[in-house]
Design a protein around this ligand. Structure first.
Ligand SMILES: [Zn+2]
Length: 262
């Protein structure tokens, strides 16, 4: 679990960088392609690559549906996302110069994910999480300024195995009045500096997005995303689209939702 949080944290450090290296010697890589993805791999079990392409397409469909982006097919064929699959952790670390705890790196700007074979929770958490980062930013724009909780909340809301644990944690935090106030959560962009526990941060962020999507519906989330894309400040967009008078009012409604969450 700890490892998972670390790679998620790391994502944000690299995702908006223009210097994200994507140059690889294509003669060394085999490829497998589908409508929305090109998988590059060297030594990976055929079954793993097949499962990756199958699940990537399934997640693409479920994520765009869940976020309300169903009618927009914005990155197929010529604009397909690329997933580079290294054969193991060591190979990944050598080629990306990332630390041992990084499970994947993503460039939303280049629509590229780099990862490796043999990780726990790869298919049910890491893959949908990172893919959601790409899809969400593809829609709202790479340079749109947002607090970290919105990016990570949207991505975490699409995880499979982790989500119920995150929701239960958020519910407990609310019940015990130990949650991070929304105003403070919105100021958190660096865990070490802000001394916020990552598991609390991710749980709360995910639950806020689940609240917005499930309480108010996909169309409303689409409208919120459009407002962000059109350059409206995230706070104004939240209040206007969801009819909250203040962020405190949103926080109260989220707390009520969480206390009743099963
Ligand atoms: Zn993330």
């Amino acid at each position: 679990m700890k490892k998972l949080f670390f790679f998620i944290l790391f994502f944000i450090l690299v995702s908006f960088s223009k210097s994200f290296a994507v140059e690889v010697d294509s003669s060394l890589w085999q490829t497998k392609k589908s409508q929305h993805f090109i998988i590059y791999y060297q030594e990976a079990p055929v079954a793993f690559v097949d499962e990756l392409i199958y699940k990537s397409e399934n997640y693409y469909n479920s994520i765009v549906d869940e976020l309300g982006y169903r009618r927009l097919d914005f990155w197929s064929w010529d604009n397909r996302a690329k997933i580079y699959l290294y054969k193991n952790a060591e190979d990944f670390q050598t080629n990306t110069q990332r630390s041992a705890w990084t499970g994947a790196i993503v460039s939303v700007r280049n629509r590229v994910m780099k990862t490796f074979v043999g990780q726990d929770h790869f298919f049910d958490s890491l893959l949908p999480h990172e893919m959601t980062h790409i899809i969400f930013r593809e829609f709202i724009g790479v340079n749109t300024p947002l607090p970290l909780w919105i990016d990570e909340g949207v991505a975490s809301s699409q995880e499979k195995s982790n989500l119920s644990a995150r929701m239960q944690m958020a519910k407990n935090l609310v019940a015990k009045n130990q949650y991070i106030k929304l105003d403070n959560l919105s100021k958190t962009n660096n865990f070490e500096k802000d001394t916020v526990a990552p598991d609390i941060f991710y749980s709360e962020a995910a639950s806020l997005i689940v609240f917005l999507i499930h309480q108010e519906g996909k169309d409303r989330f689409l409208e919120f995303s459009r407002s962000l894309r059109d350059g409206i400040n995230w706070r104004s967009a939240l209040l206007k689209v969801y009819n909250f008078t203040t962020l405190e009012e949103m926080e109260q409604e989220w707390k009520d939702f969480m206390l009743g969450y099963k």
